[in-house]
Design a protein around this ligand. Structure first.
Ligand SMILES: Nc1ncnc2c1ncn2[C@@H]1O[C@H](COP(=O)(O)OP(=O)(O)OP(=O)(O)O)[C@@H](O)[C@H]1O
Length: 265
């Protein structure tokens, strides 16, 4: 089914200040349904802070966030999650003393809230476990389903985070450097997963990533943050060729050719 191109998430004049430092500075943009947008920029550009403002971990000093037309600026992170904005957290979301399967089962359960119906607890529990096993298999962790989360090597923990996010079935999936700290042979599993989520067409994916090959293979669009400002926005090839990106992001002084991408002052 063809993806509908309509804004599902947007920020308007979104800003946050830490002391005198403006970490995100009046960022106005929108994310269309069924697209994958990569958010790039040098270290300290404000990418993670912008993510925190969208997902509710931080609250804006100014500006607003809208989800499907609703102003969610004042909603907490859990309220935004329940509306369908899902974010993979780097290792902080895992229950270390529970197994891989149980970690994912809890995510499935929180979506269904099945535990409240005492009459159907057993049947629901079986369903929940089956669904959890499906997500565990999708991220390539079936063989480790019974292992404690704490015992997993780093790369497998990152895969488990993705399984938890998928189990929540959010409309928006936010990944902040999903392959960071992974060995080279583990990276493709996560990239294939994100690629598969993308081809489903109904998910809106936001990806903070430094690896250019990852961005090129997955992104429909790139936005560039620099010193907290949105400085470029467009198709990957255009944005990567733009002088502002060549200089600000790749550290090159001269740009090969002029950019077609929209450069924001
Ligand atoms: N809680 C905070 N308190 C004070 N300053 C902060 C806080 N969070 C972020 N900053 C500052 O805001 C700026 C943006 O940081 P942020 O982590 O968003 O950048 P980033 O683009 O994600 O960087 P990286 O690619 O290195 O992860 C940095 O100067 C950082 O030091």
């Amino acid at each position: 089914m063809a993806a509908t191109r309509a804004p599902v998430l947007s920020s308007t004049g979104l800003s946050i200040q830490f002391g005198g430092h403006v970490a995100v500075n009046a960022v106005t943009t929108q994310f269309d349904a069924g697209t994958l947008t990569a958010i790039v920029g040098p270290n300290g550009a404000g990418k993670t802070t912008y993510f925190n403002l969208l997902s509710g971990q931080l609250h804006a000093s100014a500006g607003s966030v809208h989800f499907k037309g609703e102003d969610i600026t004042r909603l907490s992170a859990p309220q935004r999650t329940s509306k369908g904005i899902g974010r993979a957290f780097q290792l902080t979301n895992l229950f270390p003393k529970l197994s891989v399967l149980e970690n994912v089962r809890l995510a499935v359960q929180s979506r269904h809230s099945a535990g409240f119906n005492m009459l159907s607890v057993w049947r629901s529990r079986r369903d929940l476990i089956d669904q959890a096993a499906h997500y565990v298999a999708q991220v390539g962790l079936a063989a480790r389903a019974g292992d404690l989360a704490a015992k997993l090597p780093h790369g497998d923990k990152r895969k488990l985070e993705v399984a938890i996010l998928m189990a929540l079935e959010p409309e928006i999936l936010m990944f902040d450097e999903p392959t960071a700290g992974m060995s080279v042979d583990e990276v493709p599993v996560i990239l294939e997963l994100i690629g598969r989520l993308k081809t489903q067409g109904d998910k809106t994916i936001l990806l903070v990533e430094h690896k250019m090959d990852v961005i090129h293979s997955l992104a429909d669009r790139i936005i560039v943050l620099h010193n907290g400002r949105l400085v470029a926005d467009g198709l990957p090839a255009e944005v990567m060729a733009s002088p502002i990106v060549q200089e600000a992001y790749l550290g090159k002084r001269s740009a090969p050719r002029a950019a077609k991408a929209v450069a924001h002052a």
